[in-house]
Every structure is written in C-alpha cells, then in structure tokens.
Design a protein around this ligand. Structure first.
Ligand SMILES: [Zn+2]
Length: 357
C-alpha cells in the first residue's frame, strides 16, 4: 500500500468534500434499500439500485458502481445489521475516474467535473507506485486528503547465501547474532527498564487514576517495543544482506513455549514481543531476497558448540555458558546464536562445510 497526500486548492478541496459526502450518502441509500429487500450481493444490488442511485445523486456511473461494491463488501463482513457509512468514509476510485497525469499530479472525478490535483509523497512511496494495481481509496483524515494505492510488489529472487547468520532472541539482549553482535544497546535497555519500573510502581498503587496511567503507559510501551523491533530487524537484515548470509531464527513454536514457561525459567526480557520481531525479520528478509531458516530452538541454550555436549548444567547462570565436558566458556546469548546458526546451516547442505562462526 502506498499513501500519497493530495494538495488541492481551496475550491478543489470543497469539490472533493462534496463528492465524498455525496458518495457516502449514496452508499447509505444503497445499503438501506439492500437491507430492506434482503439483497446484498453486488450483482443483484446493481440490478436493483443502479439507475435510481445514478438519478438521485448525480454521481458518475463508475462512482455508483464502486459505491455498490463498497456496500456489498460491508455485507460480506456482517449481514445481520444494516451497514452504515460515515459522512466522510473512504471512497474507492478505479482507473476510469482516476489517473496519474504525471509524477506530481493526479486527475480525479468530482461533482464539479474532473480535477487535476498535485500530490506529494516520500521516495519509498514513489517506488511502490510503480507497482500500483487496481483501485485507490480517497481518504479525508483530520483536514488532509490522501490516496491509498494498492501496490503489488513482486518479491525479489532469493539470493544463494554463502553462510548463515544465527540470531538468538532475548537471553540477555533482545537479539544477538553468531558473529558476536548485540542488537539492543544501552539506550534501548535504559528505556525498557524505566518502563518496567514505572509499570511495577503503578501496579502496586492500584487506584483508578493509577490504572488509567497504566493503560496509557502500556500503549507507549507497545509503541516503543514496535519501534525498537523495527530498528533491530532492519539492522539484522541489512547485515545479512551485506554479507550475503541466510538468517536462522527460532520457529514460532519456540517463541510460544518461551512465553508459557514457568516464572522461574522466563528470562528478564519477559513481555518483549519476540513474535513481532520475528515477523519483522521475516518480511524484511523477503523484501531483499534473504532466505530465512526457522529452526527448533530446543537445547540451543544448553548445547556446547565446541564439543556437542548437551547438559542443563552447561548454563552456569542466565548470562554465562560453561561446558562441563570441555570447559568452553562464553556469553550465553552468543553460544545460543552459534547453535542456532549450526542448526540453520544443517538445513542448507551446501553450507555445511562452511566454518560455524
Ligand atoms: Zn564442550
């Protein structure tokens, strides 16, 4: 989806507003007729209401057709009650009533005829627009005009990786890789701890006001987690792309098991959205053709990458791994990342002969 912002002049803005309001009135009219007659399929609705809607509202034929489709779509979601549309709800346009004139202008149908309206958008959006497909939605949000364009970007071909980057989620750091890089950093850690402290504090108070504050805080915290996950996944994928490495991460089952683990086994990052981080890593990798290998994380934290011994006692503490058989000692998250990398490489036979780290 690419969003562009329209910059209509005052007169054009009024025309758009009038058109949007009229389209939604038409939708409500069609919806009521359909609901009363129990006719809600697009084709049947068209037969029943097209002509009179055209005559009543003075909208272009193609707008009425999009309105009928919009109503039929609403009834696909729920047909138990009459669908209603807000005064300025988004309105779909198709290629007969909308087009791009050039790199900076669109032509769009309004009740005052077609209008040529300038638009602005970022570089990323402009790239996406090359793959625009089908309809656009005209949207009016807090006094500004936007067009949401559906874009169908083809996935790039997968690279053939030269090695595998193992990523461990959340032993001590949010993410740690098999090359020894941490992805969270002190600044993120400070904010995370401060959220955690404030949350514990508010939970203990237990008043109405504190509950309200807690709700606000958890929204802020979720936004912070999401932003951090975006940054971390971007960094992981950019690193793998630079090296032409595949990425190995734990499968979803592993993440779910971690969430359900008894309190004592949960790590200090409990509550972090690792499933979200995993999703971000996966889709960002796909966008640049980096293969992602999902592995079963069982024993990855207690296996010695040097001698292969599997023992619970290999994990001296949350942070330190120390093999009881061969004495190999290292940071626990680095050891897990190495094990994840080895499991990932084992799934790609061509990479088995590569050195492990
Ligand atoms: Zn060992």
């Amino acid at each position: 989806m690419a969003n562009i912002q329209l910059k209509p002049n005052e007169r054009q803005s009024k025309s758009l507003l009038m058109t949007l309001e009229c389209s939604n009135q038409a939708c409500n009219y069609i919806s009521q007729k359909g609901f009363e007659a129990k006719i809600i399929g697009q084709y049947a609705l068209h037969k029943m209401v097209y002509k009179e809607t055209r005559n009543t509202f003075g909208l272009a034929a193609q707008i009425v057709i999009r309105c009928i489709a919009k109503v039929a779509d609403a009834y696909k979601v729920s047909k138990d009650k009459q669908a209603t549309f807000k005064k300025y709800a988004a309105q779909p346009y198709d290629d007969r009533i909308f087009r791009f004139c050039n790199a900076n202008t669109v032509s769009i149908w309004t009740l005052n005829g077609r209008q040529k309206i300038p638009f602005v958008c970022g570089d990323r959006q402009r790239q996406l627009l090359q793959y625009r497909k089908g309809e656009v939605d005209l949207m009016y949000i807090r006094g500004k005009w936007y067009l949401a364009c559906v874009c169908d970007v083809p996935d790039p071909e997968e690279i053939s990786p030269s090695n595998v980057l193992g990523i461990d989620f959340g032993v001590i750091n949010i993410a740690f890789d098999s090359l020894g890089n941490s992805y969270s950093g002190e600044a993120v850690e400070k904010v995370r701890q401060s959220f955690s402290k404030r949350r514990t504090c508010l939970q203990q108070i237990g008043t109405k006001a504190s509950k309200r504050k807690l709700k606000k805080l958890s929204g802020k915290e979720a936004r912070f987690r999401k932003h951090t996950n975006h940054c971390i996944s971007k960094e992981i994928v950019a690193g793998a792309e630079r090296l032409s490495f595949a990425i190995a991460i734990e499968n979803l089952t592993g993440i779910h098991k971690r969430i359900k683990a008894p309190r004592a086994q949960r790590n200090r990052l409990h509550g972090w959205s690792f499933a979200q981080l995993r999703t971000f890593v996966t889709y960002k990798s796909k966008m640049c053709g980096i293969p992602v290998i999902a592995i079963n994380p069982k024993n990855t934290s207690r296996t010695c990458p040097e001698c292969g011994s599997i023992d619970k006692r290999n994990r001296k503490t949350q942070a330190i791994f120390s093999c009881t058989s061969c004495g190999y000692t290292d940071a626990a998250d680095f050891v897990s990342a190495r094990n994840i990398r080895a499991l990932g490489a084992a799934c790609k036979p061509a990479l088995c002969s590569q050195p492990l780290v």
